[in-house]
Design a protein around this ligand. Structure first.
Ligand code: SAJ
Length: 444
């Protein structure tokens, strides 16, 4: 089958699709495509996940509006079925790959899942099939890793016997379906004709721009857009540290900076977590690892953001000292273990770094998080008898806390606020020794 024939089958929804990797990206993608009428095969190595999905039960945690109902519908209509057996891929015209692409401790990408999926797919790849990598990958990965591996495992030639593209996703926990439908997508093809052929597939589910381009551009856009965010947050954090040093309040500074045209200073805070922002800058950097490109801003931004949980230790130590309490041996309540407000997602949570450091310093740590079952005890009960409370996540439940009740529950009235949920004057009026990230002493 040539690209022209494939394009027609995509326009008519006659192409037989597959999605490899049914995680928080692959599963909603598979369900949305099945809902439009495509026959979709989901391939997932975790057999318990396969079994759960084939029963129409959504395995994705957290609140994902519409996803559970959509999945039940497309399973009931048999438009989507899932398997752990790669052999079922042999009759698939288009295969999307949505497997994890984490970075390891030396900040190099770990492509085991990607390599394994390509190695398993190769021998089964139907002639004329289109393979689209949706996972986030370092610039150059399509040319240097995906293409050679798929040619070698399939004994087929790209752009002759099969076609290759990269279409990164822009999903966010809590808005998986909405983002897949409403956010524009970069549609990278190994050839311009391949990119054009990919458009009718995505046109069935995306109500925003589809921007055809080449694979390296698609790789760069995705990694650069998240690196942009990391650098912006790092800048805000560095201004916060400056404000603390000179006795100003970064919240006021940020508000007034953003009144200047074309300024969008991000929110300083207790750190940067999640599955994208801490990882994607390293994928971008990896794309130029063997080239003479001196990267200074990207690693520096990562270092600033990674330092913020440790900065919270400094603020805590200062506040405890002020009330005559040593850090060592203190009991401290850490409020918030998720990486993001009103989320149960804990991946790369800044709280993990804080808790590890506090325990190294001999602090007895109590963790509370209303979104995480094991830490969802009553806040006031959790902080009872503690020498301080440290807010790490801007959960709505914390915003509504009664400061009087919080102070009564604590053994010492020490409140360290990593997300500036509380008004300084109000906290001090309630009798707290209060430290807000980015707020200088003279300002208090
Ligand atoms: N954070 C700050 N200051 C900010 C914004 C975020 O400290 O101004 C912290 C958050 O507390 C969190 C981390 O950074 O720990 C990441 O927050 P995030 O709002 O970027 O949320 P994510 O990790 O879910 O990022 C996703 C990304 N989406 C994709 O990769 C498809 C990112 O590109 C989006 O910009 C982001 O959602 C978003 O805008 O919500």
């Amino acid at each position: 089958m040539n690209l022209g024939e494939l394009r027609q089958k995509l326009e008519r929804k006659e192409a037989r699709l597959a999605v490899i990797g049914l995680g928080y990206v692959g599963l909603p993608v598979a369900a949305l495509l099945a809902e439009t009428g495509f026959d979709v095969l989901g391939v997932e190595i975790r057999s318990e996940r396969v079994e759960k999905i084939n029963r129409g039960i959504c395995p994705i945690e957290g609140v994902e509006p519409g996803l559970a109902d959509l999945l039940a519908k497309v399973i009931a209509s048999h438009k989507l079925r899932t398997t752990a057996d790669y052999a079922d891929l042999k009759d698939r015209d288009v295969i999307l790959i949505d497997v994890e692409t984490p970075v390891e401790e030396h900040n190099a990408p770990r492509y085991e899942a990607l390599r394994a999926s390509l190695t398993s797919l190769g021998p089964l790849l139907k002639s004329g099939a289109l393979v689209i990598i949706e996972s986030t990958i370092a610039p150059g990965t399509m040319k240097d890793v995906v293409l050679p591996l798929l040619e070698q495992s399939s004994s087929k030639k790209v752009n002759v016997d099969f076609y290759l593209g990269h279409c990164p996703e822009r999903v966010m926990p809590g808005k998986l379906l909405k983002n897949l439908r409403m956010l524009s997508r970069v549609v990278g093809g190994m050839t311009a004709e391949t990119a054009e052929t990919m458009l009718p597939l995505y046109q069935h589910i995306v109500q925003a721009d589809l921007d055809p381009t080449d694979c390296i551009t698609a790789e760069l856009v995705k990694t650069a857009e998240n690196t942009y965010r990391d650098v912006q947050i790092a800048f805000a954090n560095e201004v916060a540290l400056i404000c603390e040093a000179v006795g100003a309040d970064v919240w006021k500074v940020r508000e007034l900076v953003n009144k200047s045209p074309n300024r969008q200073m991000h929110l300083p805070g207790a750190g940067v977590g999640g599955h994208c922002i801490p990882k994607d800058p390293w994928l971008l950097a990896y794309g130029v690892k063997d080239k003479d490109v001196p990267l200074r801003i990207i690693p520096a931004a990562r270092a600033v953001n990674n330092s913020m949980p440790l900065h919270m230790v400094k603020l805590l130590n200062g506040a405890l000292t002020e009330v005559g309490r040593e850090l060592k041996g203190a009991r401290v309540a850490v409020l918030g273990y998720a990486y993001l407000e009103d989320s149960s997602d804990t991946r790369n949570s800044p709280s993990e770094a804080l808790i590890r450091r506090l325990r190294e310093l001999g602090v007895d740590v109590i963790i509370q998080d209303p979104w995480i079952a094991e830490y969802s005890g009553d806040v006031l009960e959790c902080v009872r008898g503690c020498d301080a409370a440290v807010v790490m996540v801007a959960h709505s439940a914390y915003r509504d806390l009664d400061l009087g009740a919080l102070k009564s529950a604590l053994r010492l009235p020490v409140l360290v606020d990593g997300r500036r949920l509380f008004d300084t004057a109000r906290a001090q009026a309630a009798g707290f020794t209060y430290r807000g990230v980015g707020e200088g002493k003279k300002y208090k």
